[in-house]
Design a protein around this ligand. Structure first.
Ligand code: SGN
Ligand code: CA
Length: 530
């Protein structure tokens, strides 16, 4: 197919399906643009809104992610359907909730034979690639190229799996994923549009920064969340969770220093491990030297302080945020590096660049780290996009509630491909174009199932409307929680037994059942709505 029009011509576009699956973009001036938009979907791991300066300026500084939002849109109500890695990735690729795509916990095995966005895009003329964290256990299907981390992957000298087998690469994982993404872009067929998934390991636990970034944020003292000392009154499931910075965050693995009351020799045991418990053993000698120099001084300082109780918990909080933000620094720098390459290649005006995370994360709220719960910090996920000029005003906020099941239908919509009926998400392309559809969804469905498991977060499902949330914890517990997010954004006051809220409770239960019917979640027959 010939390019009839120069790229980047200003237009009010519509897609027409033509032979070979490619689409013509017809402008208001009747000019024709023969290349559908490219899509670069960058997804990090556990990088939460609170730590991105486009959302919150109190903690991190992420100029490159912020630039994407300034040159496009920032979603202020972006959520996941199941706040954990593998399931989130399965929702992304299928546009369906976990009970439909069959991958409900990190212990699953993704059925690659099912319908996925990459397969449909590919059948319709797109080149597709997946680079980085995959976490779906089975071999990727439907990509022209893939190069993935095994499981969680390693920060230093990581392994990558390709069709040819496993190889160990020299370098830091965030740099390498970016290098590989750029290499794939360089080798692509420039006559075809592309959809590239860049899936970072950062900022996953145990937050190991690049050695070049160890000094970042060292001069900062971060504000403690108001509910850091939450006692979880009225919230049985929260009480049982094992993700407290004070009680469950470990010295060696998470904080990278020995327990001030423990034996130094234990540190060496962890330090020399090369498995998923940490990448210290995989560091090169010069990296170890820089690392040791840095963390030894933190360890000595901790010994000298002789902290206990709240002082020690708050010391852990400060260290946690610093390591997390240092790890995020390389992520942001690498997003800048990819952006610069796209700019240099003249690709910015026919490419949508999406930045998001596989879920949100607790940064001390409720005293926690990790995710999984349907509470705001982990059900939310950042979502910003750099858009070509013809999408209109830049630096806009989109307030409608979107969910990670919406990406697949949106990508198909962008490609001008019909969205299969069984996809449960909704295309947000109209929102990107500045439209405000009156019929946009007013409620989201959520279902988390990984229990019993690490962090001991009970199974639960629920509904989130624009103002309220209702959730049910089940399996070896039977507890309901309800929140008014306007009056109680931190979700500290469970209203489920409040006599003033019984009408609301009934209404939310009915709406929740409606969603379970709409999305066809079989859980409704095991736990009929009381
Ligand atoms: C690992 C982490 C957990 C984390 C899960 C899931 N433990 O098991 O803290 O909740 O991954 O994370 S670790 O000791 O191995 O670091 S997810 O983002 O992949 O779902
Ligand atoms: Ca994750």
């Amino acid at each position: 197919m010939k390019d009839i029009l120069k790229e980047n011509d200003g237009y009010q576009s519509m897609f027409l399906k033509v032979s070979g699956g490619l689409c013509l973009l017809v402008s208001s001036a009747s000019a024709v643009y023969a290349k559908p938009l490219n899509i670069i979907y960058i997804m990090s791991d556990d990088h939460t809104e609170q730590m991105i300066s486009a959302y919150d300026q109190r903690f991190g500084y992420t100029p490159h992610i912020d630039r994407l939002a300034k040159e496009g849109v920032r979603f202020t109500n972006s959520f996941v359907a199941n706040s954990i890695s593998g399931p989130s990735r399965a929702c992304l690729l299928t546009g369906k909730h976990s009970h439909k795509n069959g991958f409900a916990t990190n212990y699953g095995h993704f059925d690659g034979n099912q319908q996925t966005v990459q397969k449909i895009l590919r059948e319709n003329g797109y080149q597709t690639a997946m680079i980085g964290k995959w976490h779906l256990e089975s071999e990727p299907v439907g990509f022209d190229y893939w190069e993935i981390l095994p499981g969680q992957g390693y920060y230093y000298q990581p392994e990558f799996i390709t069709k040819e087998g496993v190889k160990t690469e020299s370098g830091y994982v965030t740099d390498l994923i970016t290098d590989k993404s750029i290499q794939w872009l360089q080798s692509r067929d420039t006559k075809k549009p592309f959809c590239l998934f860049v899936h970072h390991k950062a900022t996953h636990r145990n937050w190991m920064p690049h050695v070049d970034d160890l000094q970042a944020y060292e001069d900062r003292n971060f504000p403690l969340p108001e509910n850091f000392y939450d006692d979880y009154a009225d919230r049985e499931a929260a009480k049982k969770a094992e993700m407290s910075i004070d009680k469950h965050m470990t010295f060696y693995y998470d904080l990278k220093v020995p327990n001030p009351n423990g034996l130094r020799s234990n540190l060496d045991v962890w330090y020399n491990r090369g498995d998923t418990a940490g990448s210290y053993g995989r560091m090169l000698p010069y990296e170890k030297k820089i690392w040791n120099h840095f963390y030894d001084s933190i360890a000595v300082d901790l010994q000298n302080r002789n902290l206990s109780g709240k002082d020690l918990a708050e010391w852990k909080y400060q260290r946690y945020l610093k390591d997390y933000l240092k790890t995020a620094k390389s992520l942001d720098d690498n997003i800048g590096r990819l952006y610069d390459w796209l700019e240099k290649e003249g690709l910015l005006e026919n490419t949508i660049i999406i930045y998001t995370s596989d879920q949100g994360f607790y940064m001390g709220e409720h005293g926690w780290f990790d995710k999984r719960f349907m509470y705001e910090e982990s059900m939310r996920t950042p979502l910003v996009m750099r858009l070509p000029k013809h999408f209109g005003k830049r630096g806009r906020d989109i307030r409608q509630m979107v969910q990670n099941i919406d990406h697949a239908p949106t990508f198909l919509n962008i490609a001008g491909v019909k969205i299969p009926k069984d996809i449960q998400g909704v295309s947000y392309l109209p929102l990107l174009k500045g439209k405000k559809p009156a019929s946009w969804r007013k409620a989201l469905y959520y279902h988390y199932q990984e229990y019993p498991a690490e962090h001991a977060v009970k199974r639960h499902y629920g509904i989130r409307t624009e103002r309220y949330k209702l959730m049910h914890f089940y399996h070896d517990i039977d507890k309901w929680e309800m929140y008014d997010l306007k009056n109680d954004p931190a979700e500290m006051h469970n209203l489920i037994d409040d006599p003033d809220y019984q009408c609301l409770k009934d209404s939310l239960k009915k709406q929740l059942l409606d969603l379970q019917v709409k999305y066809d979640d079989p859980i409704r027959s095991r736990y009929p709505m009381p």
